[in-house]
Design a protein around this ligand. Sequence first.
Ligand code: ZN
Length: 56
Amino acid sequence: MEKEVIDYCANEYCGKEIHFGQPVFRIGHELVCNGQCLVEKLGAKATIAGRDKDET
Ligand SMILES: [Zn+2]
């Protein structure tokens, strides 16, 4: 069953459809589809504490 598309993920690298009733994150008036998109949208990056230098 197709749910109504109410918005699109605010992470421009994702841009997935966001459907009515879907759990999302809100940043101001923008919505992102999951936690990964949230950190990317905020310019943050998941890493391991103390191992940042291993990242390229
Ligand atoms: Zn997304």
